[in-house]
Design a protein around this ligand. Structure first.
Ligand code: FAD
Length: 581
């Protein structure tokens, strides 16, 4: 398996070809065009999960509502975060939003328009003004394709369908990654003074998710295995409207355009949970409301009777023309995957795992923290895998694409600036290549009795059962015990495919190892936070507790267990207050 060439040198290695990775690459190309950049992704870049983003990207352009302001955007974001977001990071997000959106427009992104030609903006959950810019309900597609096409003009080497197995960190300096070419089975070290992770989320840790099959938290798993902490991993976003039963997303844009949520009694039940915002309450509150309706017997069965596993999302009153103009993709998804014509029938929905608020802890320039006080030299992270933290305990819709472009750009700029002073990494490539080759051989050789899909399903079921919308210590302890059993079972996995070429089973084995680590970190972090805040709801601690838990969790993984430390929350603009809608 070992190839002749063992190591390739670059100025920057970016892992991840989604919005965050591509936007960071573009900024480095603009500011330091001579820098050789490697952009590595296990899927082709334009198949990254960003391409599936639907509803839009928030920015106070004031095209629809002249009363809007960045301060209002920042306040909505901080309140949405249940006051856990770092407010200096949120201020940057809101202040830089209009300029990144205009820049995207100049790159060629085809945003939907107002009749006078300016970029259209729609209402979104938790935002008090209509400020979400969109391209129908295919916004991620429109943005990612333009970014990728623009990158083709520059000095970027694309490693598409290369899987990164390991992050190399020695003495708190990131030095490179070990990468595996899926097509040929070749292993290579990509070395650079700056490594950027933009590896996306981990929705596949759960059994029902809106995320891509590739959203397996690899970047988080690799960071944890390198002995670095992960921040606020207990905060898992459940999107209120996953299509039942597939779990794929019915965008919040549908409620932004005026859809109703109805229970078995035909009641717009959000009136009891968030009377002032109704269907446009933040996602944590709306998901909990739906889960309670289902739990208390007001969900709906497929034959329309009460007591079932879903509620209805009803758009019939919007009329065919508006549905087909504004939310055509959602209509198509409901039609294709649930056989529902949303023009004449309501859509069956229930909460689905959607987004990771936590991630690799970074400062305002995307540089990764080694612990509460020190940074890792040459290691950066941006996008969903990073935690800067602008979303705190709960993200508002259309703020994630925004985070990817604002912090992708900032991190790219920081790398371009830091590069001349970053030390040139020295490392022994054979050590890492041989370790990776041994790991692969070991997977081929272990003749167990478990298939990957079986074990993965058990991990996903365990997390869904024990660490869902509602949590208790007792339940999570049981989840952790079950997870320990599943971790041990990884040694019993048998691979049927032992080819070097296009061995997707091998890739799934690597991904499963990361899922197991991420799952454990989520559960441990969730157990240690004895309060309810945002998406983390503890039935045994139903109140928010600012005295003890207005702080970020830092969870550091090692083979003996997980250590929990804390990081203060930065509060510069809005003192914490009670959160009502
Ligand atoms: C269905 C859906 C709809 C959404 N709609 C919206 C919306 O309307 N507005 C909004 O703001 N947000 C939305 N979100 C959230 C938002 O799309 C994501 O948070 C964001 O796009 C993440 O971008 P990213 O660049 O961080 O990662 P991704 O786009 O997920 O890209 C991750 C990249 O990392 C690569 N990668 C991962 N692991 C490895 C590895 N081991 N080796 C090599 N490469 C690797 C992948 O190949 C990929 O290129 C939506 C999310 C979903 C799932």
């Amino acid at each position: 398996m070992l190839n002749k060439r063992t190591m390739q040198d670059f100025g920057v290695v970016i892992v991840g070809g989604g919005l965050a990775g591509c936007r960071a690459a573009l900024e480095i190309c603009r500011l330091a065009p001579e820098t050789p950049i490697a952009l590595v992704s296990k899927t082709h870049p334009i198949r990254s999960h960003s391409v599936a983003a639907q509803g839009g990207i928030a920015a106070t352009l004031k095209n629809v509502d002249t009363e809007d302001s960045w301060e209002s955007h920042a306040f909505d974001t901080v309140k949405g975060s249940d006051f856990l977001a770092d407010q200096d990071a949120v201020a940057i997000l809101a202040q830089e939003a209009p300029s990144v959106v205009i820049d995207l427009e100049h790159l060629g992104v085809l945003f939907s328009r107002l009749p006078d030609g300016r970029i259209a903006q729609r209402p979104f959950g938790g935002h008090t003004h209509p400020r979400t810019c969109y391209a129908a309900d295919k916004t991620g597609h429109a943005i990612l394709h333009e970014l990728y096409c623009n990158l083709l003009k520059y000095n970027v080497t694309f490693f598409s369908e290369w899987y990164v197995l390991r992050l190399i960190v020695e003495d708190q300096q990131a030095k490179g990654v070990v990468a595996y070419h899926i097509e040929t089975g070749q292993l290579d070290i990509l070395r650079a003074p700056a490594i950027l992770f933009a590896t996306g989320g981990y929705g596949r840790v759960f059994n029902t998710t809106s995320n891509d099959f590739a959203s397996t938290g690899d970047g988080l798993g690799m960071t944890a295995r390198a002995g670095l902490p992960l921040e606020d991993m207990e905060f898992v976003q459940f999107h209120p409207t996953g299509l039942y039963p597939a779990g794929v997303l019915i965008s919040e844009a549908v409620r932004g355009e005026g859809a109703y949520l109805l229970n078995a009694e035909g009641e717009r039940f959000m009136a009891r949970y968030a009377p002032s915002r109704m269907e446009l309450a933040p996602r944590d509150i709306t998901s909990r409301a739906i889960a309670i309706e289902i739990r208390e017997g007001r969900g709906i069965h497929s034959d329309g009777s009460a007591g079932g596993p879903f509620v209805y999302l009803d758009v019939r009153h919007l009329g065919r023309e508006k549905i087909m103009n504004r939310i055509p993709f959602c209509w198509e998804e409901a039609h294709r995957l649930a056989g529902v014509d949303a023009v004449v029938e309501p859509i069956p929905v229930r909460p689905t795992v959607h987004y990771s608020m936590g991630g690799i802890p970074v400062n305002l320039n995307g540089q990764v923290r080694a612990n509460a006080t020190e940074m890792v030299t040459g290691f950066y992270a941006a996008g969903e895998c990073a935690c800067v933290s602008v979303h705190g305990a709960n993200r508002l819709g259309s703020n994630s694409l925004l985070e990817c472009v604002v912090y992708g750009r900032r991190t790219g700029a920081a790398i371009a600036k830091d590069l001349p002073s970053l030390p040139r990494p020295q490392l022994d490539p054979q050590f890492y290549l041989q370790a990776a080759a041994r790991e692969i051989q070991h997977l081929f050789d272990q003749g167990g009795d478990l298939r990957i899909a079986q074990l993965r399903r058990q991990v996903q079921d365990c997390m869904t059962q024990y660490c869902g919308v509602f949590r208790t210590a007792d339940f999570m302890e049981r989840g952790l015990a079950e997870l320990q059993r599943l971790k041990a079972a990884y040694g019993r996995v048998r691979l049927d495919d032992r080819q070097r070429y296009w061995n997707t089973e091998l890739i799934e084995a690597f991904e499963l190892a990361n899922l197991l680590i991420v799952a454990e970190v989520i559960l441990r972090s969730a157990l240690s936070r004895q309060e309810s805040r945002g998406a983390h709801f503890r039935e045994d601690y139903p109140q928010r507790d600012d005295v003890n838990y207005l702080r970020h969790t830092l969870a550091t993984y090692d083979s003996d267990g997980i250590r929990i430390d804390y990081l203060p929350v930065t509060i510069t603009l809005f003192p914490p207050q009670e959160r009502n809608y």
